[in-house]
Design a protein around this ligand. Structure first.
Ligand code: GLU
Length: 464
């Protein structure tokens, strides 16, 4: 059997992190088995499925690097196929026209509720041998209902949740086409999974209730059933379901907040799946390890600190030029002046150790790209008369010293020794004069990066 998995998002305007995680699992499972990963866009909700909303899904997937092997297939482009299957089912008697009006259906539900029964379609139009159906009302367009088995159970072995059994009496004769002929959700999913020969359906457990309905439809179509795995929801830090209002739920929000796609993937992989105690791993490793037996049945909780830690790991590992390209647009927006300033990849190399996001990296890099405006009170406090002679001597040494960190640092130490000062006494005024800030990476590294001309200009200008 060749493994075929799919990700089947309904466009909502963004790629949800929960969706991205099931996409990742489906993708990794297909990759692990040398199988095929299908992307299917479930765009039948015309109000929500705008071109922008569809594009947002594609953008999220491509940012993460979850490449599909087939598709994207669009349900709206498959309407003819659905109609053909509906016609076949009507002909075979696995579906039937139902002329009950919405008011009649509502009234039957009311009666059932009043009698303490579970509201369901009462089968008025369900054909049975020997049964005479009512006369077809004029001018009424029928819906098509699926002829759900009346007895017996639907049972499947869920690869995450174990065996699940639903009695057919719990299931209604589902409407599979509306009066205008358009097919409904569960029907389209079943036909698609059948046509696309999906072998493993990995999706969120908000779909567990749909599965017995889809299995019955697939059985009626004579389809081979896929295996199902329903992954628990991702919870927010408060233990509640992730909420659009409270949490960042869109994958691209994380891109905007300065997370790297490889960090996001690594983090999402661990939300509900494990490989021993491994926390940091590449997607190659994940694909070689990924199996369905290590999917967890317990809901995973989103942990922003852990995501930040993983992101920091990948920032440290990332190529400096790539990081520079990522942070430069934000820095330009922030008024960065790159002319005559240190080259950005070198600055990144110095700063990335401490950055949890590329947004933080951009902010800290600004140190080198704006005109310093030291606060005069701070200057008075740190650049005292006792320090000035040391500064003057340091400026002199800077004119001739070899421009590398070791020599710059040796010159600093020489001045400190000759004037009987401690490092912070000189480093603080230097930081202020060079950057306008008291907090910077190590002062010798900062001095080296600025270069001799900038250092002399900034120190001599203010030292007078
Ligand atoms: N379109 C559904 C959703 O976005 C997923 C359907 C499925 O995976 O079967 O929730």
């Amino acid at each position: 059997m060749t493994v075929r998995t799919r990700f089947a998002p309904s466009p909502t305007g963004y790629l949800h992190v929960g969706g991205a995680r099931t996409a990742l699992f489906s993708w990794a499972f297909a990759r692990h088995h040398g199988g095929t990963f299908v992307l299917r866009i479930e765009d039948t909700d015309l109000e929500r499925s705008t071109p922008e909303a569809v594009q947002a899904i594609l953008d999220g997937m491509s940012w993460l690097g979850l490449a599909h092997d087939e598709g994207p297939f669009y349900q709206m482009q498959r309407m003819e196929r659905y109609r053909a299957v509906l016609a076949e089912m009507l002909a075979q008697g696995t579906a039937y026209h139902c002329y009950s009006s919405p008011e009649e259906v509502e009234a039957m539900r009311e009666r059932q509720r009043a009698a303490g029964e579970k509201p369901r379609y009462d089968g008025t139009w369900r054909p049975e041998t020997g049964k005479t159906l009512p006369a077809i009302p004029v001018d009424r367009k029928p819906v098509i209902r699926f002829k759900n088995p009346l007895d017996g159970d639907v049972t499947w072995h869920d690869v995450v949740k174990g065996q699940i059994t639903i009695n057919n009496r719990e299931l209604d004769d589902l409407v599979i086409a509306r009066p205008d002929g358009t097919p409904t959700y569960n029907f389209c999913v079943a036909v698609d999974d059948w046509d696309m020969q999906i072998t493993h359906v990995i999706r969120g457990d908000d779909h567990v209730n749909n599965t017995p309905r889809q299995i019955n439809i697939l059985n009626a179509l004579g389809a081979t059933l896929p295996q199902y795995g329903h992954v628990p929801m991702i919870l927010g830090t408060d233990g509640q379901k992730l909420s659009k209002r409270r949490d960042a739920v869109s994958v691209m929000d994380y891109s905007d907040k300065g997370y790297l796609p490889e960090a996001m993937l690594n983090y999402l992989a661990r939300l509900g799946w494990s490989h021993g105690d491994d926390e940091i791993f590449s997607m190659e490793q994940m694909c070689s390890w990924f199996d369905l037996t290590h999917l967890s049945g317990a809901a995973a909780q989103f942990n922003p600190e852990k995501l930040a830690w993983i992101n920091n790991h990948y920032i440290k590992a990332a190529d400096n030029q790539r990081l520079a390209d990522l942070v430069q647009p934000a820095m330009l927006k922030d008024g960065a002046i790159f002319d005559g300033a240190p080259v950005l990849p070198a600055v990144i190399a110095l700063l990335k150790e401490r950055a949890n996001t590329t947004v933080e990296l951009a902010q800290s890099a600004m140190l080198f790209y704006r005109q310093p405006a030291p606060d005069s009170t701070l200057l008075q406090q740190h650049l005292t008369d006792a320090i000035r002679p040391a500064l003057t001597q340091y400026i002199e040494l800077c004119r001739t010293v070899d421009w590398n960190k070791a020599a710059i640092s040796a010159a600093l130490k020489q001045v400190l020794a000759e004037h009987g000062l401690k490092m912070p006494q000189l480093a603080m005024p230097l930081r202020l004069l060079l950057t306008g800030q008291l907090q910077t990476p190590s002062i010798d590294a900062v001095i080296e990066l600025f270069g001799r001309d900038v250092v002399l200009a900034r120190l001599t200008y203010t030292a007078d």
